[in-house]
Structures are given as structure tokens and as C-alpha cells.
Design a protein around this ligand. Structure first.
Ligand code: ATP
Length: 359
């Protein structure tokens, strides 16, 4: 039995705005689930419905198989970490972490033991006497996480907990959150708009757009098997390249190049005769050297960005633009023409009308 079940969950705000449509998900105990999507897609609304901070307009929310729609946040046994740390500025790190237990009237010795254990997990042992203002952003966020994990709860909810940190701190905290999850084994639901955070942290990712779930899967499934143009473009950095074109005689144009779709699609290409199709390929899945079973594309190099471990190459062919990710030692000269190869197996095709994956 699933630990948490969301069955046809909808949110319609009092002003009539339908923010979440038929959200379905079953979460196992101990899973790390990430809701990801652009601003306004409904991820925070869904998390807040799970937390009990927002009413569920319709649908069923179950914990351990029992309907929990009407339970308040405390009865649901959830702990939540928000984007803003919301620490008590006049309290030490120790008191901030201990706060929930103190309120519950837990024995002082027990509190001391639990705070010390939590601080050790979070690397805060040396900071217990400090006030929040004497901490870095990352340390403050760790205190906020400590305050949440010290209570024994079944469900740990996090809404963009790293968004106030700088890029370097985000990377460090990301791996800390992963190890805290390993250590506590708490079922976690994490909201972010950052696909890298989603890919690195999640057991399974829920991709949302405009209040609708687009796809639910492991990071591997979403990267290699995206269900539509949105997911294909959202997961991966730089994003997948897309070329839209009309199919004539089983072929389509990629700028000044011609792509024989039959090579990838076989007889299925005939289904798209006279229709539009979207041809997708990831920047990193090309080859600069001639290779069999691949589309050869000629293009001009507009710009290159040497990033150390790879170079992003911005190319154009006719009106089409794309980004290629290549080994830095293979960086081409700007304003030169190059040929590159896209193995058929690395090509994704989408119906241009529905934007659903065809193959
Ligand atoms: P962000 O990353 O910007 O926080 P999100 O994906 O978490 O975005 P939500 O906060 O869940 O998005 O909001 C989803 C949609 O619901 C948005 O269009 C938002 O404007 C709308 N919305 C949120 N709260 C309310 C409200 N109280 N009344 C009406 N509409 C709301």
C-alpha cells in the first residue's frame, strides 16, 4: 500500500482560478519526490494541500490508506521547510532547533540530546550558541531544516528551500539534503523550479505545467523517455534542441539540410505526410566525427562558450538555431562551417499539433 495517495486532487481558489487539475500520485514510504515546473504551475499549491495549509477542492488525499483531507497540519504529522528560513532572531541556534519540542513540553534532557544529534547531522555542533544573524545563509537554512527534522514526523515537505542561497551554497546544501534524507529515511516532497535540483535529489520527479501533471518518472526516465515537448525541453541543460518542419516525401528541412525521416521512423513517416513534426535532439548527444546510422547536419558556428568540462557551440543553419555540447578540445572556430552527426537513436520526434512524443 502506498504511504501517501493523491487521487484526482484539484484546487480551485475562491476567485475561481483552477490551479491544480486531477493530480494523481502514489508515494512510497521513504521516497524522495520532487515537484518541478515553471513559476505558477501549481507545485506550491499542491504541496500546501498535502501540508494541510490549503483546502483540497476535490479529490482524495490518503495517508497510510486513510482519508486525510480534513486533517489539520499537526494531525498529518508533517514538517515543512519554506524558502524563507523564518528563524527566531533573538533565539540561539540551539533554541531555534529545540523550539517545537520545547512547546510540546518535552523533557529538557531529551531535548538536549535530540538537538545535539540533529546539529551533528547538519554540521551545526559548533554554532549552537550563536544567534541566526551570525550565521551564513546556508547555515541558517540548515537550522530551519534542523527545526523540521528534530520532530519525528512521517512526511517532510520543502518548498524551494535553497532559493535564497548563492550558487555555490546551493550545490553544497543539495548534497546535504540528500544525505539527511539517507540518514533520516523520511518521506520527502520537495518543490523547486530548478531541473538540476530535481534531477540530483529525486527518486521520482513530477513535472508540472499550468496546473497539469505532464509526467511522473525517475530522473533517468524523464531524460531518456520524455513524454512530450515540454518535458523534453524542461529536463536537461542546455535544453533539447527542437526543429519544426512540414513532412514532404518522408523528408523535412533542418535549415539548409534535408532530413530523411524514414531513416528514423520507417513506414511510420507516411502517417505524417503533409503534417508538421518536431525533430528534437540533445546538445550532448551529437557526434562531430562521421558515424553510421546518423543524420549529417551542416551548420555555421555563431558563438562558443568554453565551460571547462565542455564547450557549448551555438550553430545556425538557415533560420534554425541549435546548441551543441562538445569536448573543449574539439571547440570549433567562430564563423566557420562545421558538419555534425545526430545518431538516429538520439533523435526524438513529436507530433507538432499535440506536442506528444511520436518516437
Ligand atoms: P512559484 O514557483 O512561482 O511559487 P508554483 O508553481 O508554486 O509557482 P503556485 O504558487 O502553486 O505556483 O500557484 C499556482 C497558480 O495559482 C498561480 O497561477 C497563482 O497565481 C495561483 N494562485 C496561488 N494562490 C492563489 C490564491 N490564493 N488565489 C488565487 N490564485 C492563486
Amino acid at each position: 500500500m502506498a504511504y501517501i495517495t493523491l487521487k484526482n486532487i484539484n484546487k480551485i481558489y475562491p476567485n475561481g482560478f483552477h490551479a491544480v487539475h486531477d493530480f494523481n500520485l502514489e508515494i512510497d514510504k521513504g521516497e524522495f519526490i520532487v515537484f518541478v515546473g515553471p513559476s505558477g504551475c501549481g507545485k506550491s499549491t499542491t504541496l500546501r494541500m498535502i501540508a494541510g495549509l490549503e483546502d483540497i477542492s476535490n479529490g482524495d488525499f490518503l495517508i497510510n490508506g486513510n482519508r486525510a483531507n480534513e486533517l489539520g497540519p499537526r494531525e498529518r504529522e508533517v514538517a515543512m521547510v519554506f524558502q524563507s528560513y523564518a528563524l527566531y532572531p533573538q533565539m540561539t541556534v540551539f533554541d531555534n532547533i529545540a523550539f517545537g519540542l520545547t512547546l510540546q513540553g518535552v523533557d529538557e534532557e531529551v531535548i538536549e540530546e535530540k538537538v545535539k544529534k540533529t546539529a551533528a547531522i547538519l554540521g551545526l555542533t559548533d554554532y549552537l550558541d550563536r544567534l541566526p544573524r551570525a550565521l551564513s545563509g546556508g547555515q541558517r537554512q540548515r537550522v530551519a531544516i534542523g527545526r523540521a527534522i528534530i520532530r519525528k514526523v512521517g512526511i517532510f515537505l520543502m518548498d524551494e528551500p535553497l532559493s535564497n542561497l548563492d550558487a555555490k551554497q546551493r550545490v553544497t546544501m543539495r548534497s546535504e539534503i540528500a544525505s539527511i534524507h539517507c540518514e533520516t529515511g523520511a518521506t520527502t516532497i520537495y518543490v523547486t523550479h530548478d531541473q538540476t535540483e530535481a534531477m540530483t535529489l529525486a527518486d521520482r520527479i513530477v513535472v508540472m505545467k499550468d496546473g497539469y501533471v505532464q509526467q511522473i518518472g525517475t530522473p533517468y526516465e524523464l531524460y531518456f523517455n520524455p513524454t512530450n515537448v515540454f518535458v523534453a525541453g524542461f529536463i536537461g541543460e542546455p535544453p533539447m534542441n527542437f526543429v519544426r518542419g512540414a513532412v514532404k516525401g518522408g523528408k523535412m528541412a533542418f535549415g539548409t539540410n534535408t532530413i530523411d525521416l524514414k531513416a528514423k521512423m520507417g513506414a511510420k513517416a507516411a502517417d505524417y505526410e503533409g503534417k508538421e513534426i518536431i525533430f528534437g535532439f540533445r546538445p550532448e548527444s551529437i557526434d562531430l566525427n562521421k558515424t553510421d546510422e546518423a543524420y549529417k547536419i551542416s551548420a555555421s558556428v555563431e558563438l562558443t562558450e568554453m565551460l571547462g568540462d565542455n564547450t557549448n557551440v551555438y550553430i545556425t543553419s538557415g533560420e534554425e538555431k541549435a546548441i551543441l555540447k562538445v569536448d573543449p578540445h574539439d571547440t570549433p572556430e567562430i564563423d566557420t562551417d562545421i558538419d555534425f552527426y545526430i545518431p538516429y537513436e538520439n533523435v526524438y520526434l513529436f507530433d507538432a499539433e499535440t506536442e506528444k512524443r511520436v518516437m
